[in-house]
Design a binder for this molecule. Structure first.
Ligand code: IDP
Ligand code: MG
Length: 149
């Protein structure tokens, strides 16, 4: 089953949005298979955002990401990578649709509350970067037959 890496950024944690964000993903029908509160090291943050290392916002982004605890999570489900990106909304919260996490809770691209992997391959890399395999639980929700045909 497909998995994605989602992380509530330090702004989402500081603003007390953890519960509401997790509720949206649970209610959609996705399954939480890993979660931890973690203040990322600079090295981890730089690796996570390595694709953006030449961008002008990179240094500020890394400083922000390591500024406090994040809730790092792995979620599982049918089409979860693309679907979670839709639930999260566009990168700039000013342009994210209402009803999305960023559209409902944010206004600024530098404080956009949550990260979500952009493709299955990136998801697998990010899961391996943030989690050890024994930190993930392989389980089947009792709701599964009511969510998946
Ligand atoms: P994504 O998080 O929607 O995948 P990316 O383009 O991969 O968006 O950018 C990664 C993160 O970098 C964004 O979530 C945001 O926190 C930050 N970021 C992107 N563009 C800007 C910008 O123009 N200014 C400040 N931060 C930015
Ligand atoms: Mg991205």
């Amino acid at each position: 089953m497909e998995r994605t890496f989602l992380a509530i950024k330090p702004d989402g944690v500081q603003r007390g949005l953890v519960g509401q964000i997790i509720s949206r993903l649970e209610a959609k029908g996705f399954t939480l298979v890993g979660m931890k509160l973690i203040t990322a090291s600079r090295e981890l943050a730089e690796q996570h955002y390595a694709v953006h290392k030449e961008r002008p916002f990179f240094a500020g982004l890394v400083d922000f990401i390591i500024s406090g605890p994040m809730v790092a999570m792995v979620w599982e489900g049918e089409g979860v990578v693309a679907s979670a990106r839709k639930i999260i909304g566009a990168t700039n919260p000013l342009y994210s649709e209402p009803g999305t996490i960023r559209g409902d809770f944010g206004v600024n691209v530098g404080r956009n509350i949550i990260h979500g992997s952009d493709a299955v391959e990136t998801a697998n890399q990010e899961i391996n970067l943030w989690f050890k395999s024994d930190e993930l639980s392989n389980w089947t929700s009792c709701l599964s037959p009511w969510i998946l045909e």
